[in-house]
Design a protein around this ligand. Structure first.
Ligand code: NCD
Length: 305
């Protein structure tokens, strides 16, 4: 598969993911032996971030540096780029695409990355598009499941929290049907249910899934994927306040999980996963964040080749 832009999880198949995960393994091994491949030597990556980020931007940037490439960046593009003067994403990427070999963009509009890909002369990677998608996070999430459990096929997965606005869950929901024997529980308050457009493919592909507001669904899961209630997507502080503490995974709940369950979270967490479970072997979210570096090295290598 020749890959140009990375906009939606819908673009990808299992063969691509298998290759990406093999490459990520190679990247991790090379990094730890102190000999990362310099496959991006002489290339430039631009990061355009119109929304806050820690892990995504810094892991993309670290990945590019580790591959021997360089980075140009505007970290608060909403305020510090010409967007503040009224410039459109289309114009910005036309210009930045002349300076860089790949553009990584995070934006508050759902169609931002897609628009960018139509105007950019170089590959565009969607690093989070409003309440839409975040495909590279879904890649590293699946890679983490594979590493932690040794397989993805046949896993029971509980996706928990703000499934209406959580873009990482949206991209994941589009990739999970690529695997066999999956069972998915979407656990959310009724007002934060996953939008239909992300689950319709599950039914079509024969994936078993269930929507519930009952947190006890996690007790049967191999993977518990917690998410933050996305404050910035609510129309009022009051509505957010009503939703914010819907589910909390702490010491008490830990006892009812499978002994070999894996607890994931794209981070940042704001109370839904209590720090008092961090030392439990099942808590995989910091390992998951580390995997972001390896997967993004593999993705950049692929996009730039
Ligand atoms: C997520 C995001 O930005 O969508 N964070 C991330 O990329 N690791 C999740 C979130 O912000 O809640």
């Amino acid at each position: 598969m020749t890959l140009r832009h990375v906009i939606s999880a819908e673009q990808f198949d299992r063969r691509f993911l298998d290759g990406l995960f093999d490459d990520a393994d190679t990247m991790a091994a090379a990094l730890h032996s102190g000999t990362p491949p310099v496959s991006a030597c002489g290339r430039i990556m631009a990061t355009l971030f119109y929304e806050p980020s820690t892990r995504t931007r810094l892991s993309f940037e670290a990945a590019m540096h580790r591959l021997g490439g360089s980075v140009i960046s505007t970290e608060n593009a909403r305020e510090f780029s010409s967007a503040a003067k009224g410039e459109t994403v289309a114009d910005t990427v036309r210009i930045v695409g002349g300076y860089a070999d790949v553009i990584v963009i995070r934006h508050y509009e759902r169609d931002s990355a897609e628009i960018a890909s139509r105007f950019s002369p170089v590959p565009v990677i969607n690093a989070g598009a409003g309440a839409g998608e975040h495909p590279s996070q879904a890649f590293l999430d699946l890679y983490t499941m594979k590493k932690e459990k040794g397989r993805i096929d046949g896993l029971k997965i509980a996706l928990v929290g703000d499934l209406l606005h959580g873009r990482t869950v949206h991209s994941l929901a589009r990739l999970l049907p690529l695997y066999d024997g999956m069972e998915i529980f979407f656990v959310s308050p009724p007002e934060l249910r996953i939008p239909e457009e992300y689950v319709e493919c599950l039914g079509r592909k024969g994936v078993l899934y269930n929507e519930t507001h009952d947190f006890r669904a996690v007790e049967d899961a191999d993977i518990i994927y917690m998410t933050r209630v996305q404050k910035e997507r609510f129309s009022s502080e009051k509505k957010y306040a009503r939703a914010k503490n819907c589910y909390v995974l702490g010491r008490k709940a830990l006892g009812s999980l499978k002994h070999d369950a894996v607890i994931m979270h794209p981070l940042p967490r704001v109370g839904e996963v209590s720090p008092d479970i961090d030392s439990d072997q099942r808590a995989a979210y910091f390992r998951q964040a580390m995997n972001g570096l390896y997967v993004r090295m593999a993705l950049l290598k692929h996009v730039l080749s």
